[in-house]
Write a protein that binds this ligand. Structure first.
Ligand SMILES: *[C@@H]1O[C@H](CO)[C@@H](O)[C@H](O)[C@H]1NC(C)=O
Ligand SMILES: *[C@@H]1O[C@H](CO)[C@@H](O)[C@H](O)[C@H]1NC(C)=O
Ligand SMILES: *[C@@H]1O[C@H](CO)[C@@H](O)[C@H](O)[C@H]1NC(C)=O
Length: 304
């Protein structure tokens, strides 16, 4: 399926009024906030080359100083991967003995702006549920690393049977993380937690509802970040619910009252309702509790 971006923009403009709005907005529980601020640091670390190309046994660290609590937890990298797919998927698996977690982290692509301008968002049947479709590029990024990642996770979890599995990512990495979580939950890891920051849509409404019903999903957006607005609802895509919509400005400390929890896979009450996706709004993409992709600018030049 191919769509021209401009056709779609005009289609989405007409869509707003047509959607049923069975929607509930509430503030985030304040005891969740410290959790969010902790797990985002694993997503931030996935941008640091020292982590996604680490020697096994290395501690997770951030040259940009934006994962201090993870560094303090002393998490050890047991596996990493990079350059393995067309969408440039990279990431690592770490064991966090302090928090009793096995963490699977996916790094966002270096060329999210190219993706934003060029992607055509075809579907594939991921064989997860009846009538479910996933975005082809993100699903392929996951399946290309799935066997090796799965073997490593099985090994780590069998050595640490009381640990939880936590899957994290920012930007395109969050998209891959979402589909990885959906798949792994159907393969014996039903209580895996997902922290997805600035994720694009990855699923049709049927798959989005399926993932939503699996629970343990924490999906964040920030203000008018354009990345979570793609692929468009008008192209048949939907988001995992709920959405934790961060409404405060860049470079500021996020408080519990800055986060609206928005329910519904097609809701326009959060980020999706802030207008058509514009490249000029990209600033919001970089600030999820902290400068999430700081290592991207630090370790390698950011493609603009
Ligand atoms: C968020 O808060 C709810 C209600 O207090 C709690 O059940 C849930 O475990 C918390 N989740 C996280 C990730 O802290
Ligand atoms: C990925 O590939 C690019 C281009 O081939 C190369 O410059 C870069 O160093 C590679 N990254 C890693 C982590 O291997
Ligand atoms: C946030 O900080 C960055 C880097 O210091 C700066 O370029 C940007 O303008 C700041 N944004 C806001 C909204 O203050």
């Amino acid at each position: 399926m191919r769509f021209s971006f401009l056709t779609i923009l005009s289609a989405v403009a007409a869509l707003g009024d047509a959607l049923p709005s069975v929607v509930q907005i509430r503030d985030v529980p304040s005891d969740n906030l410290s959790q969010f601020k902790f797990w985002v640091q694993y997503a931030a670390a996935s941008y640091c080359q020292a982590d996604y190309t680490a020697q096994v046994g290395t501690k997770v660290s951030c040259t940009t100083g934006n994962c201090p609590d993870v560094e303090e937890a002393g998490a050890t990298i047991i596996y990493d991967f990079s350059n393995s797919t067309a969408t440039d998927t990279a990431g690592y698996i770490a064991v966090d003995t302090t928090n009793k977690a096995i963490v699977l982290a996916f790094r966002g692509s270096y060329s999210v702006r190219n993706w934003f301008a060029d992607a055509s968002f075809p579907y594939i049947d991921p064989d997860l549920c009846d009538g479910c479709f996933a975005e082809l590029g993100f699903w392929s990024s996951w399946t290309n690393v799935r066997d090796d990642v799965n073997a490593q996770l099985e090994d780590a979890l069998s050595q640490n049977p009381d640990y939880e599995l936590v899957i994290v990512g920012h930007s395109l990495g969050a998209a891959v993380a979402t589909l990885a979580a959906a798949d792994l939950r159907t393969k014996g890891h039903e209580s895996a937690k997902l922290y997805a920051f600035a994720s694009p849509r990855v699923a049709n409404p049927t798959l989005a509802k399926f993932i939503t019903a699996q629970n343990n999903n924490y999906r964040f957006t920030h203000q008018d970040d354009p990345v979570p607005k793609l692929p468009l609802i008008a192209m048949g895509y939907a988001h995992v619910s709920p959405e934790y919509w961060i409404t405060s400005a860049d470079n500021t400390t996020v408080t519990a009252s800055d986060i609206d929890v928005v329910e519904g896979v097609l809701s326009l009450d959060g980020n999706s309702g802030t207008g058509v996706p514009l490249i000029s709004d990209f600033h919001a993409h970089h600030w999820y509790f902290e400068k999430t992709d700081a290592c991207l600018n630090n370790d390698l030049p950011f493609k603009r």
